[in-house]
Design a protein around this ligand. Structure first.
Ligand SMILES: [Zn+2]
Length: 218
């Protein structure tokens, strides 16, 4: 018996013979802007002929890979891909912040590789990344001459995406020491940058301190 390729109820079902079946998975790079107006990571949509209904997504370095059924319409694909990307980002945001210096350095290396390396052409490597207890006014600091990065331990109870933002901010200073437009372009590669900036500013206002991120470069 020959199985019909047409989908019941699909207006394009009778034209599906025009498209080849049993194609190998295809990767189509897509970049875009999330609903919150921040850049999202590179997204690769792969159509799978083995996949009937289910859609899955996972992170592969700086790319979010979304697997969709071969016959899904383009319109459905756009909606479902955006949804899946947000889910992956939300899942990543729930991961706990690094507790010790070793975890912190490891997280810094991941962030540098994921968000900065593609833009800079190499992975910025700090000499060291440590938690410190003596930074009561600054969230983080970077000393470009020694390539040391220090994060205030006041960040420890905060969500991991906030800690990631401060880490990435200080890592970007290894590339761009000043708060130039090029610096903020680098930082904005991190999808939660604007949200995290707002979070930290709100926190500082709440404890009666003026928002500061202007003097974190030594
Ligand atoms: Zn800064």
């Amino acid at each position: 018996m020959v199985q019909s390729a047409s989908e019941p109820g699909s207006p394009r079902g009778d034209r599906s013979s025009l498209s080849p079946t049993h194609r190998r998975d295809q990767a189509s790079p897509v970049t875009g802007i999330s609903a919150a107006g921040v850049p999202v990571p590179q997204v690769s949509v792969r159509r799978s002929s083995r996949r009937k209904r289910t859609v899955t997504a996972y992170r592969d370095k700086d790319t979010i890979v979304v697997l969709v059924p071969q016959r899904m319409s383009r319109r459905d694909e756009v909606a479902v891909v955006d949804d899946m990307v947000q889910k992956v980002l939300a899942r990543e945001a729930r991961v706990a912040a690094p507790k010790g210096d070793r975890d912190l350095a490891q997280r810094a290396a991941e962030l540098a590789r994921q968000y900065l390396a593609p833009a800079v052409g190499q992975t910025p490597e700090p000499y060291g990344v440590v938690w410190v207890t003596n930074q009561q006014r600054r969230w983080g600091s970077c000393t470009p001459s020694t390539r040391m990065i220090r994060l205030s331990d006041r960040l420890k109870p905060m969500p991991s995406w906030v800690v990631d933002y401060v880490l990435l901010h200080e890592l970007a200073h290894l590339v761009e020491p000043s708060h130039s437009a090029a610096f903020w372009r680098l930082v904005s590669r991190y999808p939660h940058a604007e949200k995290a900036k707002g979070f930290l500013e709100g926190f500082q206002l709440g404890v009666g301190q003026p928002p500061t991120d202007a003097d974190d470069v030594d």
